[in-house]
Every structure is written in structure tokens, then in C-alpha cells.
Design a protein around this ligand. Structure first.
Ligand SMILES: Nc1nc2c(c(=O)[nH]1)N[C@H]1C(S)=C(S)[C@@H](COP(=O)(O)O)O[C@H]1N2
Ligand SMILES: [Mo]
Length: 396
């Protein structure tokens, strides 16, 4: 390749060193109330920047106007600054050890060739998605609604790997560690765990592709855990170590972080914190508008398609209702065909505003178990937001 071709390739793929993240293309400088900062990381398109060390990137909502979220636009969330920037597949091994009779060290090639693959379309959503809408505000990444995405994951059921390793009797938990490392010994390594029964349910999987392509580095190349219906915190990226444990797993990330009040929908009062907390687990039911945009100008007498996505932890979305008068009246949205119980389901409704003015749109999803979205919600961590969304639009 000549130099020109090389430079073109650089431009087209935005190859900038992940470690030198100040090299990113920062195309918009935001103010507190102004437009967000945008950043372009390697293998990614322009994303909304929350932090660059560690990388935390939010997906612009218009990418949700399709069933699957493109890899280059899929949100990114890491906890520790030491994120992997390259992985050599010749030396990389997935280690399976602990309370097993047959510890394993598997290359990605071996995972691909020695186990039957499965594919699942599933939503990955950060526990803190939509955190910026909590009132009073809570600390943590101030995500809007874009810390979520829907992808087709292909890989090996975790059960197949655990069976191959021959789990011994008395196993309780399975822990998962990735290649990211704490910057200082005082910072807890990011390690998460599932119960042995959950780990062996046949659906939890180790994915080597996302939408039929290798995972982007920042989304966990070369392997990541996929835990359908559960919050993203369990979906350990750049997965390198699986440890079967004969006792319950415990660390900072399970004992102190990622806990929710044990009451209904993880809600508590800002004035009186819940005493009992439990580890965060399955998604609650929610919907997100993807059209119109909040500041979009609509025209009276012109049919307008209102559109969104809805999902839950796997029961399936049964109904989405839409209101164009601030919740006074509701009509059923049309649901697109279901493409998998862990996938999101797109919905749409045609609306012809009859006169000029300000309108408040709302959407409310209900799942097959009869669970619906909340009217009010708060918790100290800003987790599990599923308040019925309101979008104010002008009709002219
Ligand atoms: N190794 C590792 N895996 C991780 C994390 C992390 O910090 N390190 N963060 C988790 C959290 S909290 C989320 S929301 C998801 C985000 O996945 P994504 O970056 O591919 O969107 O990754 C999870 N897996
Ligand atoms: Mo997360």
C-alpha cells in the first residue's frame, strides 16, 4: 500500500491510539447546557462522550431506528482506566479454573471449532442508562437514553464450556474477569459473578462475534459474556478468566456497587434510603422514543410517524400505548414482529396533529407478565430508569 492509500485508510477507519485518547477527533465542544461533546474512538463512529478515561460513549438515539445497533455505534462503558488496546490471538487464552475437574485454556480458534455455536439477539443496557433524568440528581455517568443497544451475539453457551471443564459437586458461583486492570492496587479489579444455575442455563454465552463481526476492542474483543435479560454490568468484556467457586463470590463490585433497594422496581425515597439492598439483576420493562426528536417541528394536518423501541427481561413486549395529549388518552402502537425474546421490539403509531401548538407525547410499554412502566422512581445509584417518557413537540 502506498502512503496515500495508508493515509486514506487512517482517515476512513479513524485509527488513533486508544491509549492516547486525547488524539480523538473532538468535533463539537459542548457547554453545560449546549450540545454534547462528540468523540470518535478506534472502530467507532462519532459518539456522545461522557468520559475518555475510561472510555464511556453514548449512542445517538437515531441509531435505534433499526433492529440491530451497528457495532460502530454501540455504546461503550468501562470502569477502569487500564482498558485493553490490543489482544494477540496467538497467545490469548480463556482460562477456566477453580472448582472443576478439568481446567481449560482455550484459544479463540478452539472456542470456534470445538464447540457448537449459538446466536441470540439481545439488548445490552447499562444499569445507569437514563440516569441524568433522576430527580434529585444522583452521582455517576449522566447518561441520557443511549446507554443501550441491541445486537446479534454469536458464541458458545457458557454451559458447554463448564460441562467440558467438569464442574465439581458443591459449586455455588462462577466469577468472570476481563483483561482490564486497575490502575492502582487500591482499586478493585472489575470482576463479576453469576450463580452456578444461572451460568448453566444454556442462554448465558461467551460471544466472539457481534452482528456477525468480531467485537470492537472497546466492546470487549475478543470475547465477552452475554447475559440475556440482565443489566450490562454482568456482560464482562475482554473475558479472560472464568472461576468456578464452592462459596459465594464477593468483592467491591458486588457488595458495594451495583446494588438496588430490595423493594418494588428498585425504588427508594431520597429522604430515607432503603436498608435492604440486593444485587441488580434483570431489566425492568421500558420504552424509548426514537422519533420524533424532542426539538422536531411537526406540521398540522400532516401524518407523522411516532416510533420507538421497547424491551424487558425476556417475557416479551405485549403492548405499547402512545399518548399525544400528555397522558389524557392513549392509543395502541403497532408492534413490529418479535425477533427474539431478549431483543427489543420496535413500535410505531401514525399521528396527524389537528392544530398548531405544543404537544406532549408519551409511550408506555407492558410486557407479557403484565409489568408496565413506572410513573415515579428514584434510587441513590440512578439505576433501572423506566419512567414513562415524555417528549414535547411543537406543531406549526
Ligand atoms: N471487563 C469489563 N467488562 C465490563 C465492564 C468493565 O468495566 N470491564 N463494564 C460493564 C458494564 S457496567 C456495562 S454497562 C457493559 C457495557 O458494554 P459495552 O461497553 O459493550 O456497551 O460492559 C460491562 N462489562
Ligand atoms: Mo453499566
Amino acid at each position: 500500500m502506498n502512503r496515500r492509500g495508508f493515509l486514506q485508510l487512517m482517515g476512513a477507519t479513524s485509527v488513533v491510539a486508544l491509549t492516547a485518547s486525547c488524539n480523538r477527533n473532538r468535533s463539537v465542544i459542548g457547554t453545560l447546557s449546549g450540545p454534547p461533546d462528540l468523540a470518535r474512538f478506534p472502530e467507532k463512529t462519532e459518539m456522545i462522550l461522557l468520559t475518555d478515561r475510561p472510555p464511556q460513549l453514548e449512542t445517538p438515539i437515531h441509531y435505534f431506528r433499526q433492529d440491530l445497533t451497528p457495532n460502530e455505534a454501540f455504546f461503550v462503558r468501562w470502569h477502569l482506566e487500564g482498558v485493553p488496546t490490543s489482544v494477540d490471538l496467538r497467545t490469548f487464552r480463556l482460562n477456566v479454573s477453580g472448582h472443576v475437574r478439568q481446567p481449560l485454556q482455550l484459544s479463540v480458534d478452539e472456542l470456534r471449532s470445538r464447540f457448537d455455536p449459538i446466536s441470540i439477539v439481545a439488548v445490552n443496557q447499562c444499569s445507569g442508562n437514563s440516569r441524568s433524568f433522576f430527580e434529585p440528581r444522583v452521582p455517576g455517568g449522566q447518561w441520557k437514553h443511549g446507554a443501550v443497544g441491541n445486537a446479534k451475539w454469536t458464541g458458545v453457551p457458557l454451559k458447554s464450556i463448564l460441562d467440558r471443564a467438569q464442574v465439581k459437586a458443591g459449586a455455588v458461583d462462577v466469577s468472570f474477569n476481563g483483561l482490564d486492570a486497575p490502575p492502582l492496587p487500591s482499586v478493585a479489579d472489575f470482576v463479576k459473578a453469576l450463580s452456578i444455575d444461572h451460568a448453566r442455563d444454556g442462554e448465558v454465552m461467551i460471544a466472539y462475534t457481534m452482528n456477525d463481526e468480531p467485537l470492537p476492542m472497546v466492546n470487549g474483543f475478543p470475547l465477552r459474556l452475554v447475559v440475556p435479560g440482565w443489566y450490562g454490568t454482568y456482560w464482562v468484556k475482554a473475558l479472560s478468566d472464568i472461576t468456578v467457586l464452592p462459596q459465594p463470590f464477593s468483592n467491591f463490585w458486588t457488595d458495594k456497587a451495583y446494588r438496588i433497594p430490595s423493594g418494588p422496581n428498585g425504588t427508594e425515597s431520597p429522604k430515607d434510603f432503603a436498608k435492604d439492598t440486593i444485587p441488580i439483576n434483570r431489566f425492568n420493562v421500558r420504552s424509548i422514543f426514537v422519533r420524533p426528536d424532542p426539538d422536531e417541528m411537526l406540521h398540522w394536518g400532516v401524518p407523522t410517524e411516532i416510533e420507538g423501541i421497547a424491551f424487558d427481561s425476556g417475557h416479551g413486549i405485549r403492548r405499547v400505548e402512545v399518548s399525544t395529549d400528555g397522558g389524557a388518552t392513549w392509543v395502541d402502537a403497532r408492534l413490529d414482529p418479535e425477533i427474539g425474546k431478549y431483543s427489543w421490539r420496535r413500535w410505531r403509531a401514525l399521528w396527524t396533529p389537528r392544530k398548531r401548538g405544543q404537544y406532549r407525547l408519551m409511550a408506555r410499554a407492558t410486557n407479557a407478565a403484565g409489568d408496565t412502566q413506572s410513573k415515579e422512581q428514584w434510587n441513590r445509584s440512578g439505576f433501572m430508569w423506566n419512567v414513562i417518557q415524555q417528549v414535547d413537540v411543537k406543531v406549526g
